[in-house]
Write a protein of this length. Structure first.
Ligand code: ATP
Ligand code: MG
Length: 447
């Protein structure tokens, strides 16, 4: 396995000071998978104050001294150095408040959640694999360290972490682990909203998300109960070949690996079960499900303590996921939503289309491609789609006699509409002429 030389040098310095140290957890797993680790974690026999002493000449951040963690900045690379530890007592299936330092790496590895995360590596001594994690990586299989029921009772979040790793790594969940996940799913009810949403978002951005969503809807429904009625819900509609939940699973997978967009895909049809209606011909419809869904998502994301920016983006994408974007109206939607949100909406609509019946999808996707090209052209040619870019402002209007107050805003918006409709160029003289013409026209008619 290849370790970053800077992380290896942190191990070397601790070793030289007499403290056994190893790379541990995610970085070892990712390196064995041939992926670039996101962050480098070191476990060491040194106590936090001893770590501070060893690195007294370097930049260090006292990240979490009570939990034994110090971050050493090594030539720009942050390396988290944590004293060998086991968790204190678990209360109510949550992360423990206290930790206890221990002397060996073995105990430290045993407290970790899955075998693939319970690996340690030393540049000279090699891999320490007490639970068969390397074999599981080879077999692309997720197994718990020890009895899964027990491990979930210690910390219920591990249930969602299991689904997260299965999704992100596209690993299979071992049978005993899968059964335990289902059996213990209720424990997620004890976990804080912030931890749930953070794991859920990571789960959604994984490449193997569809299989996880398809197999464990009952687990996700503990976190978002409104998902439950989507499972198996027959749409009775020729445009759909899947039930609402399977359509959702495909749509999430078809979207770019971005947390906001994938959350929007997960929830985009959450309003369907309560908006269902069958016409005389026996065809199912879901009038208004977008608005209903945006409302459900708003309440649920607030309960999950989602940040306002993400919540607003997700709800807007749900509300507008079915609007018809045309060559004529695209610029109006650009004005209404802004460039970033409109780009997201195009992604959402494409992902949605990809999980409809293929014939229906092809035509829709071609249309969306054309809208995307049109959007690029609008941006490139700096066409005007907002009041800020209009070649006149309020002061210009007042100068030619428009009365101060709400009238100014109304006229500016009329001008913007006319510019977006290409009835008038975005040029000061042309715009003022148009205002003048309309005002005098109104006066002539005695309005
Ligand atoms: P990522 O790539 O998301 O950082 P990671 O495996 O590094 O993945 P972290 O949440 O950063 O995940 O945790 C680091 C390590 O700490 C894990 O690999 C695992 O060994 C251990 N760990 C983290 N959370 C738990 C938990 N809830 N229960 C048991 N062990 C855990
Ligand atoms: Mg990590």
């Amino acid at each position: 396995m290849k370790a970053d030389p800077r992380a290896a040098s942190v191990i070397r310095r601790l070793d030289e000071a007499g403290y056994a140290s190893y790379l541990v957890g995610g970085c070892v797993r990712d390196a064995l998978l041939g992926k670039a680790p996101k962050d480098w974690d070191v476990a060491t026999a040194a106590r936090p104050e001893q770590v501070l002493e060893v690195f007294s000449g370097c930049r260090v951040i006292e990240t979490g001294l009570v939990h034994g963690t110090v971050t050493v900045l090594c030539e720009g690379l942050p390396v988290e150095v944590t004293t060998f530890r086991v968790d204190g007592d678990y209360e109510g299936n949550r992360r423990p408040k206290s930790v206890a330092f221990v002397s060996g790496i073995e105990e430290d590895l045993a407290r970790r959640d899955f075998t693939i995360n319970a690996l340690a590596y030393h540049p000279a001594k090699g891999l320490i694999d007490l639970f068969g994690g390397a074999g599981d990586i080879e077999a692309r299989r997720l197994r718990s360290v020890g009895d899964p029921d027990e491990r979930f009772r210690e910390d219920g979040l591990r249930i969602l972490r299991a689904l997260r790793f299965a999704s992100v790594l596209s690993f299979d969940i071992d049978e005993a682990l899968g059964a335990s996940i289902r059996r213990n799913r209720g424990l997620l009810g004890n976990i804080s909203a912030e931890r749930i949403l953070s794991e859920l978002t990571k789960l959604l951005t994984g490449g193997g998300v569809r299989r996880v969503l398809a197999a464990y809807p009952d687990v996700l429904a503990v976190c978002i109960p409104e998902l439950a009625p989507m499972v198996g819900f027959d749409q009775r509609n020729p445009y759909h070949m899947y039930d609402v939940w399977m359509h959702t699973a495909y749509a999430v997978e078809a979207a770019p690996e971005d947390g906001t967009i994938r959350l929007a895909m997960l929830l985009h049809d959450i309003g369907k079960p309560s908006s269902f209606f069958v016409d005389e011909g026996g065809i199912g419809h879901f009038y208004g499900h977008e608005e209903v869904g945006a409302g459900i998502a708003d309440r649920r994301l607030r309960a999950l303590k989602c940040d306002n920016g993400t919540r607003e983006a997700v709800c807007a994408l749900i509300r507008w996921h079915d609007v018809k974007l045309t060559e004529r109206n695209l610029i109006k939607w650009l004005n209404r939503l802004g460039e970033a949100r409109l780009r997201q909406l195009l992604e959402v609509q494409a992902a949605d289309a990809k999980s409809h019946t293929p014939d229906n999808a092809r035509a829709k996707l071609l249309g969306l491609e054309a809208r995307k090209a049109q959007l690029e052209e609008i941006i490139e040619k700096e066409k005007c789609f907002s009041l800020g870019a209009l070649a006149v402002n309020g002061t210009d209007l007042i100068a030619i006699g428009i009365p101060e107050g709400s009238e100014v805003g109304r006229v500016l918006n009329d001008l913007l509409d006319a510019v977006m409709d290409e009835q008038v160029p975005n040029e000061k003289q042309a715009l003022l002429r148009r205002v003048w013409y309309h005002v005098s026209d109104g006066h002539d008619r005695g309005e």
